[in-house]
Design a protein around this ligand. Structure first.
Ligand code: AGP
Length: 648
């Protein structure tokens, strides 16, 4: 998705814009640009009434933009010598564009200005009624220079501006339909930016005598950790000494100032070659931070939920709704909720759920949305559909202050720290840790697990065992960080298997139960980062068709960690080996039999079967990473993909 940075303050803005846009590169883009309100002398010195001669200046907006990468933009800024004219103290904005309307080109890059250059605008989202607006404006004599939807905004501002910038913005916004985060600068009021939020995220960083606006908290981190997040239908006038937030209709809004817990160092690359590898290796810490204070040594679990046990116990069905990797975490959650809390659960892809006209029941159904960024449009839409039907929503997200965080009834944050690489890794394993704790928490509320204090008369697993299963799971949950560290030690073995995978066009992942859920995540990682086609199959399904694709040498990753299913998976491993497949098996380090049957083995430290996904995912992430490196792919910014899909 596009990246936005705006600055109002006493410093030279261009370096701030460039640094901020580079921090947002991971979101994916194909062009970039900046606009700086500068001052140029537009007519000879004037003799004013008071007899004093002054040179009057008419501030002017200058735009430099280009197709390509940030390096191309920096070169173009240098050639234009904009940085010499962009003196301290004038407002400025920058943008990295991920093309939706109009091909990647210099003309279609943002910022966009109107006919007379009075306004500059950058935009995230899609203006759905831009064609009709463009036709109306052209009939009124406006000349368009780009194919974008965005360009209607500066022309509308020109149409409605009568000296009051805010009023012109309100009049403009009333005409727009769709998703838009806008940052607007006016040459005539160079001391302020006006920002608008409708669906696409927009945050403001409050500095000391300066303020910064951005599409993502990452860009604010070097300057401030005090953040104000705009909500739906809000706009703000941003000056160096403060921000005034109102609704689109002008009603003032008091906003909470969030203290972002991340420090800039965390968001830096450090000694790693890529963010993805850094974040894979951060998982032990991310798991430790996410579980801290939630799973105590004596086995208590506290998720800070406001919902009562009675409310949770009344839930008859749990909907886990998410996209991509977060959806794969939901598959794990569904399994654990049904097993431990004996409650019906389903995992849904948000883009399907939001359009299937779901029948939800207030008080009986509960939705759990999972989203690393907290800004995924489809997941947000599913959340809003549940709330429209009166169903409570619990969010699991990594970003405090994100739309999902603010709109859910309850939030259980993952504490993975900033996840920069497009491929979600530490977010996934911390989501699984939270979902495991949630399944236990729900089981305790429903009394389907014995927690050892005489409660737990239900019929779930561990019933009447005096709390043995509860303590085992809570203990293994607390031990996850150390065991995740042990999984990282297999990187060299995984890299060897990656060398075999890159020789092939297809790689298969097979497993049963929770292993199948992780296989789904493994195939997505490999595809999205190395561009090798991969498929995950329920191991029992192979003989119903896919076995026809297993030929001599084809790489197959088999997950066989579930005691109740591993013998059946062992048969499936034999099926593919008999047809010549090269098999990498992930199996408990205590399981000798399957180990002997495989070409390569990644032993997994023994832990309860339910906690295996957070461990087996790690070698699969490393496999994708090393395969991508061997194929020379852009690991952190894979083609066509974006970190946060804030449009449908
Ligand atoms: C994960 O590797 C992908 N980049 C993608 O599937 C991602 O998980 C999905 O877009 C959901 O993002 P979210 O967790 O921020 O909602």
């Amino acid at each position: 998705m596009c990246g936005i940075v705006g600055y109002v303050g006493p410093k030279k803005a261009l370096p701030i814009l460039i640094d901020g846009l580079k921090r947002l590169e991971y979101r994916g883009y194909d062009s970039a640009g900046v606009a700086v309100v500068t001052r140029v002398q537009d007519h000879p010195t004037l003799r004013l009434d008071d007899g004093v001669t002054r040179t009057s200046f008419r501030p002017t907006i200058e735009v430099v933009k280009t197709k390509g990468r940030m390096t191309d933009l920096e070169a173009k800024i240098g050639e234009s010598r904009l940085d010499e004219r962009a003196r301290p103290g004038v407002v400025a904005m920058g943008h990295t564009r991920w093309a939706t309307h109009g091909v990647p080109s210099d003309r279609n890059a943002h910022p966009h200005t109107g006919c007379d250059g009075q306004f500059a605008v950058v935009h995230n989202g899609i203006i759905e009624n831009y064609a009709a607006l463009k036709e109306e404006l052209q009939k009124e004599g406006h000349t368009f220079r780009s194919e974008t939807d965005t360009e209607v905004v500066p022309h509308l501002l020109e149409k409605y501006y009568q000296g009051d910038l805010e009023e012109a913005v309100r009049a403009t916004v009333r005409r727009l339909k769709g998703a838009f985060a806008l940052v607007i600068a006016s040459a005539e009021q160079p001391d302020r930016l006006v920002v608008v939020k409708s669906s696409s995220p927009l945050v403001m960083g409050l500095g000391d005598g300066e303020n910064i606006v951005a599409s993502d908290i990452q860009a604010l981190l070097p300057h401030t950790r005090r953040v104000v997040v705009l909500d739906e239908g809000e706009m703000a006038v941003v000056r160096r000494d403060g921000v005034d937030v109102t609704t689109f209709t002008g009603v003032p809004v008091e906003k909470k100032v969030w203290e972002v817990p991340w420090d800039p160092i965390q968001a830096e690359l450090g000694t790693f070659p890529h963010f993805m590898l850094k974040e894979i290796h951060e998982q032990p810490r991310a798991l430790r931070d996410t579980l801290a204070g939630r799973v105590s040594e004596d086995g208590d679990i506290d998720l800070g939920l406001k919902m009562s046990d009675a409310e949770l116990a009344a839930a008859e069905r749990i909907y886990l709704v998410a996209c991509g990797t977060a959806y794969h975490a939901g598959l794990v959650g569904r399994y654990l909720i049904e097993r431990l809390a004996r409650t019906a659960a389903e995992a849904d892809v948000a883009s399907e759920f939001r359009y299937r006209d779901p029948i939800l029941r207030p008080g009986k159904d509960l939705m759990v949305v999972i989203s690393q960024s907290g800004e995924t449009a489809d997941t947000l839409a599913a959340l809003r559909e549940a709330k429209r039907q009166g169903v409570k929503v619990v969010a699991i997200t990594n970003v405090r202050g994100s739309s999902v965080d603010r709109e859910a009834d309850e939030t259980i944050h993952t504490w993975a720290g900033p996840e920069i690489a497009v491929a979600s890794t530490k977010a996934y394993t911390t989501q699984i840790a939270v979902l495991t704790a949630f399944a236990l928490y729900l089981a305790r509320a429903k009394g389907t697990i014995d927690v050892g204090d005489g409660r737990g008369a239900g019929d779930g697993e561990g019933h009447g065992d005096g709390g043995e299963l509860w303590r085992r799971l809570a203990g293994d949950l607390r031990a996850l960080p150390q065991k995740a560290q042990a999984m990282l030690a297999h990187e060299a073995a995984v890299k060897e298997f990656a060398r075999e995978c890159v020789q092939w066009h297809d790689v298969f992942f097979i497993g049963r139960g929770l292993d199948y859920s992780v296989a789904m995540e493994g195939q997505l990682k490999l595809k999205e980062i190395s561009y090798i086609h991969a498929e995950a199959y329920a191991a029992g399904e192979l003989k119903h068709g896919t076995l026809a694709l297993i030929v001599e040498g084809v790489p197959v990753v088999a997950l066989a960690t579930q005691d109740a299913l591993k013998d059946k998976t062992a048969s499936n491993i034999q099926e593919v080996k008999a047809r010549g497949a090269t098999v990498l098996t992930l199996v408990k380090d205590t399981d000798k039999e399957i180990t002997q049957q495989s070409n390569r083995v990644i032993p997994v430290p023994d832990t309860h079967d339910y906690l295996m996904p957070a461990l087996t995912a790690i070698p699969l992430q490393l496999l994708a990473y090393h395969a991508a490196i061997l194929r020379g792919c852009d690991v952190d910014k894979p083609r066509n993909l974006a970190k946060s899909v804030t449009v449908e």
